[in-house]
Write a protein that binds this ligand. Structure first.
Ligand SMILES: Nc1ncnc2c1ncn2[C@@H]1O[C@H](COP(=O)(O)OP(=O)(O)OP(=O)(O)O)[C@@H](O)[C@H]1O
Ligand SMILES: [Mg+2]
Length: 288
């Protein structure tokens, strides 16, 4: 699916004293199978943007097109496009409303008109995909789960719809480091196996560095950078101007460079940074 934002503007509570501009003249195209990170400081407009990309909000100005169809309209064509997009909200409890985990995950597939047997297969498949045991979890009450479990149940409900586009808004918030890594590994595998388009909102740079190939950087509702993850995430001046820090590996390489080591500073992952440091050390030893 091709997702296009054209001159997209959004103001909350327009025409009231509480009016709040959230997006300004955003132009963006996301093609099938891309892995895109939406990055920005708190309040920069990330959640507002992805809700528009999923067709959930009406723009104040401009539009979002899903395969050429205006996304937010109430037409059958727009509805069919929106159904191909799965969005996991920033607060999973906002999207959970059934009495059991099974019913929660089954809700979407049931709405697609699948048979009971197919629904049950999808539910088991989706729960396993997010690392939850269907037999043990199916009968639990979603609201009596931990935050991390709730997040997984919400995700399972989305995956059970087999979306073409998966949007994750702060997917690892509230997870411990192990749970975080595991979820990221799974997301990457879904992308490979299911051929998804993946859109991930985060202000965690290390997380994005592992997950996406392209980064869109927002600052006060505007797109201030859109390019390869390696370029955007290693540009310390750009990131700082948007109120963010740099990934840990990049910070380390910058510090080494300041100390006179001729290292490249665009190695985003710890293992890449380590390889770069070793390369330069070897080169320096050969000169000696
Ligand atoms: N329902 C709302 N009503 C009024 N203003 C809102 C509403 N939701 C968001 N805003 C405002 O719009 C701007 C963008 O908010 P948004 O939630 O898109 O930011 P964000 O980048 O997702 O932030 P965070 O990292 O904290 O989740 C902020 O100034 C916010 O206060
Ligand atoms: Mg947000």
């Amino acid at each position: 699916m091709l997702i296009e934002a054209e001159n997209l503007n959004h103001t909350y509570a327009l025409g009231t004293p509480l009016a709040q501009v959230a997006l300004r003249d955003v132009n963006l195209q996301i093609g099938p199978g891309e892995r895109v990170g939406i990055l920005g400081a708190s309040g920069s407009g990330k959640t507002t943007l992805v809700q528009h990309l999923a067709g959930l909000l009406q723009p104040t100005e401009g539009r979002v097109l899903l395969d050429g169809i205006v996304a937010h309209r109430r037409t059958p064509a727009a509805l069919a496009q929106r159904r191909r997009i799965g969005i996991a909200f920033q607060n999973p409890e906002d999207q959970i409303f059934e009495q059991t985990v099974f019913r929660e995950v089954a809700f979407g597939p049931r709405n697609l008109g699948l048979s009971q047997a197919e629904v049950a297969t999808r539910v088991a498949w989706a729960l396993e995909l997010v690392g939850l045991n269907p037999t043990l979890m199916g009968g639990r009450i979603p609201f009596a789960l931990s935050g991390g479990e709730m997040r997984r149940v919400a995700l399972a409900g989305i995956l059970a719809m087999r979306p073409h586009v998966l949007i994750l808004d702060e997917p690892t918030a509230g997870l411990d480091p192990r749970g975080r890594q595991e979820l990221l590994r799974r997301v990457k595998r879904w992308h490979q196996e299911m051929g998804l388009t993946l859109i991930v909102v985060s202000h965690n740079l290390d997380e994005l560095a592992r997950l996406v190939e392209r980064v869109v950087l927002l600052k006060a509702g505007r797109v201030v950078a859109d390019g390869p993850a390696r370029r955007v995430l290693s540009d310390a001046a750009l990131l700082r101007s948007a109120g963010l820090d740099v990934p840990h590996s990049v910070a380390l390489l910058h510090a080494l460079r300041a100390a006179g080591w001729p290292v490249r500073t665009d190695q985003l992952l710890p293992e890449e940074a380590a390889a770069e440091i070793l390369r330069v050390r070897r080169a320096m030893e050969e000169i000696r």
